[in-house]
Design a protein around this ligand. Structure first.
Ligand code: PMP
Length: 376
């Protein structure tokens, strides 16, 4: 089997699994209880928060554990908008944000009278910062921009964005860093809030967090008990939350060596694709080697995907959250304006566990499929 869909989810790191198993059986108590077993779990969970902030080198921050990056993004957009809406009703997001940001903003537009301003991207996939300057107004409450795009892998730099925002000190800068953690180095201190999940970095599924400035209080999405300081009711998933700290520590400490390995794979794949330019066109660059996105010039991505699957090779097309809707890649469309190219995009996403041999086997199989298939 060759698994090249790591932007969708990853396999679990054995070290994380081992810790999790111990936590599950030893620290099973409810951290909100008022006996010694609970207090021990609560202490460990709070220690994990401190460790997470330290890993990100994020000062004056707090961690709200969530079930996913989706929940963290929803809490950031909806929660912050509802708490701070007296400041204005405008939100800026880009036109290639993940559905969990895009649809949360749409919800605010429909139900809470928000005005969404969409930031377009340049033809290299980065944000058009000249337009950002024009979109900001005194009514802007939140700017939410992803650090690394999940479909075409674009890496965005936030120093200039932060500079532009200096004229609007009340605006919150939130970033969805789900595809950046452990892959691309970031200055997290630039953000007022950021979201991510564990399963993209060899952690547990059903685990994520919103990290934000201590003074910010998003309106809860769930009501009930006082867990997460009243921001997220429901019995804490303590073992999962505790092991998130280790997941992040490992991902960040091994980021450089993993990057160098994955860069070799992506460089090889780029070379192979560029040599067959009658069949393939690239939609991504080597700035982020974890994602190689290309479109088939004369073939349907869905057909090729099925054929690859027969050889136990698993790749992606669009974001998994859009794949079930059979949508074209929104990011490739935002980048190229070409609907056919967006429909026939294939996303290869690597992890440190992939090998050069797998890249070669994948490419040879792909070429065989393309050359043996009828044109679209
Ligand atoms: N943001 C980005 C950029 C993603 O790639 C994903 C996963 N497709 C998410 C958010 C959602 O993550 P989760 O699966 O943890 O909800």
């Amino acid at each position: 089997m060759i698994y090249f869909d790591n932007a969708s989810t990853t396999t679990i790191d054995k070290r994380v699994l081992k810790t999790y198993e111990t936590l599950l059986s030893t620290y099973f108590a409810n951290p909100s209880g008022n006996h010694a077993l609970s207090r021990d779990v609560d202490r460990l969970q709070d220690k994990a928060r401190t460790e997470i902030l330290k890993s990100f080198n994020y000062q004056h921050g707090k961690v709200i554990f969530t079930s996913s990056a989706t929940e963290a993004n929803n809490l950031a957009l909806i929660g912050l908008f509802l708490t701070y809406k007296s400041r204005g009703n405008e939100i800026i997001i880009s036109n290639y944000e993940h559905p969990s940001v895009f649809e949360a903003a749409k919800y605010l537009e429909k139900v809470h009278n928000a005005k969404i301003n969409y930031l377009p991207i340049n033809n290299d996939g980065t944000y058009d910062l000249e337009v950002l300057k024009n979109l900001l107004t005194n009514n802007t409450v939140i700017v939410s921009l992803m650090a690394v795009n999940n479909e075409i892998g674009t890496v965005n730099s936030f120093h200039e964005i932060k500079e532009i925002l200096k004229d609007y000190p009340k605006v919150f800068l939130h970033s969805d860093i789900t595809q950046a953690v452990g892959k691309i180095s970031l200055d997290y201190s630039l953000f007022d809030a950021f979201s991510f999940s564990a399963h993209k970095i060899h952690g547990l599924k059903g685990s994520g967090a919103l990290v934000l400035k201590e003074k910010l209080n998003p309106t809860p999405l769930l009501y009930g008990g006082m867990q997460e300081n009243g921001t997220r009711a429901g019995t804490s998933n303590a073992p999962t939350n505790i092991v998130l700290a280790q997941t992040i520590r490992l991902a960040l400490s091994e980021a450089d060596s993993n990057f160098n390995h994955v860069l070799k794979l992506a460089t090889k794949l780029h070379e192979l694709l560029l040599n067959e330019s009658d069949y393939f066109v690239l939609n991504s660059t080597l700035d982020n080697p974890y994602i190689v996105n290309f479109s088939l010039i004369n073939h349907k991505a869905s057909v090729v995907l099925n054929a690859l699957e027969n050889d136990e090779i698993y790749v992606g097309t669009t974001s998994s959250c859009s794949a079930k809707l059979h949508e074209a890649s929104r990011s490739v469309f935002a980048l190229t304006g070409d609907e056919k190219r967006a429909h026939n995009a294939i996303r290869i996403s690597f992890s440190s566990q992939n090998t050069l041999q797998e890249v070669e086997t994948f490419f040879n199989t792909l070429l065989k499929i393309i050359k043996g298939a009828k044109d679209e």
